[in-house]
Design a protein around this ligand. Sequence first.
Ligand SMILES: C[S@@+](CC[C@H](N)C(=O)[O-])C[C@H]1O[C@@H](n2cnc3c(N)ncnc32)[C@H](O)[C@@H]1O
Length: 387
Amino acid sequence: MKTVKSEHLNALCDLILLVFSKKALKRVVLSKPDALDEIKSVITPKEISGKSALQKETFSRDNKAYHFNLRENFESELLELVSGYSQINVITTAGDAQYMRARSGKESILGVGKIKSNLENGSHETVTAEKNNKKKSYILSGDEDFLKKLGVSDENGRVRDKMQSKFRQINKFIEHIESIRDKLPSESINIYDLCCGKSYLSFAVYHYFKNVLKMDVNMICVDLKKDVIEYCSETSARLGFDGMELVCADINAYEMKLKPHLVISLHACDIATDIVLNKASQNGADVILSTPCCHHELNHTLNCKTLDFVARHSMLRQKMCDALTDSLRLMKLESEGYSVLALELIDPEDTPKNILLRAIKKKNPNPEECQKLKEEYEKTYSFLLGR
Ligand SMILES: C[S@@+](CC[C@H](N)C(=O)[O-])C[C@H]1O[C@@H](n2cnc3c(N)ncnc32)[C@H](O)[C@@H]1O
């Protein structure tokens, strides 16, 4: 076994073992590997044959995932498992810690103290380790014809390196759709993808409903970019994706001709996400799934003395405005009769734009409650704008 000499890595391993023993460990994400054939690895707590274990899942550039289980000798073997990465994030229910190794070799580690103090206070939730026999099944394998035609994977069905992140995003997005299937019709469905861009997600969602679930699908994808819409229309015709229509239009002016069951949107820029959400809600969509992109509007208009202590730090101001914007969006949808949730689309390491706003139309929303929420929304907005 290799001997790894790093004070910081040793401290990180001690932390991992501590949070693991307290059942507070969610996962350890090992990024920027030294090994060229690896994309990243993730260590998660598992239950294997009734015993607590750690499992390292390594994602390689040949689109495979390799597993290594650590069932004993945790102290001696963990150090080797986490060495060889320039960034390691330890995600726990008591807070997060980050290890960094600069090009110069200089190491740093942040967040350990906070986690330890939260553990001491007992202010953390318990994580239930997943049983190891739970098989991870991705809905798309990479071998699908449409993914090859779109250039996401090569002729052998191997996802191209530069498309790995997009591939994971669309797979995850479909997993989120799968989790709310019971809120959607089971035979014939109308879906809108607003701000579809190159429509990777639209093709994947169409494929999922049409070819996997064998449903009748009307899929309408709208974007401003004429050339992209033309290209996607041709691709859709070549694939024989009947019922898929690509429309070149500004979503602001676009009128939905079918009642939307599902409205999806991935990374619609800035206020385009607000237009998507408004359009979907006004047309009574049953389910809205939207991953916002950049947020600028509130960052420019924020005028709130109470929040000045955050807003004066530009990095934190942006993060706060992102969170406030998404929370306001959810509040508005809630006031319009939706049950709402903010979820994580994918690992933050894949894209920082990984919040998924989920809204499901309530069967009988309470009008008084909605009115109260509407007033609360307007009051909060005015408060943030200093009105
Ligand atoms: C970052 S891209 C995302 C594209 C695609 N959903 C994806 O994830 O690959 C944002 C897209 O939103 C489109 N867009 C922005 N504002 C729009 C509007 N008002 N109407 C229609 N499309 C809009 C842009 O043309 C662009 O293609």
